[in-house]
Write a protein that binds this ligand. Structure first.
Ligand SMILES: [Zn+2]
Length: 157
């Protein structure tokens, strides 16, 4: 991150220049860092660096989307592992078939989760209404997949 060969001020000089004129709390302990002389918090010793943030970055809808896909995925993986273990221990082909059948929704949900993580930066740039719609649509998708899986398992038992 720090490139001391760049012309102008180093990152630590820029940090000290900012803190010379601003009241900024230490992100670790909350101590006021105004006019500190090093790049460590004098109160707790935390190493400090200069970053650019954005007040437009609102992660709530994206985290909700991760949750509505991740929770049913965890449930399905758990059910598949239990079905596989029971099928192997009891040498029951029916349980093994159910466990194998759970792989289809697990792969679909894992693919959606991977897409959410891989494309997060483009999702964070979407208009707000679209960001809010995403977890809602994924919740409906997750519920439909889970209900279909439970119905199929119910028919097999
Ligand atoms: Zn501190």
């Amino acid at each position: 991150m720090t490139d001391e060969s760049e012309p102008g001020h180093s990152e630590s000089e820029l940090l000290k220049m900012l803190l010379d004129v601003r009241d900024v709390p230490c992100p670790v302990c909350g101590y006021n860092l105004r006019a500190i002389t090093s790049t460590n918090c004098p109160e707790c010793g935390a190493k400090l660096d200069l970053r650019v943030g954005s007040t437009d970055l609102k992660l709530g809808p994206w985290l909700a989307a991760l949750l509505v896909v991740g929770l049913p995925l965890g449930f399905l993986v758990g059910a598949a592992i239990i079905g596989l273990a029971v099928g192997i221990v009891e040498n029951n082909l029916e349980d093994l078939t159910i466990a194998g059948g759970l792989l289809i929704p697990v792969i679909i949900m894992a693919g959606i989760l991977a897409m959410l993580i891989r494309r997060r930066r483009s999702i964070w740039c979407w208009p707000r209404w679209r960001q809010l719609l995403l977890p809602l649509l994924l919740l409906i998708t997750s519920v439909v997949i889970t209900v279909v899986v439970l119905a199929v398992i119910g028919m097999m038992l």
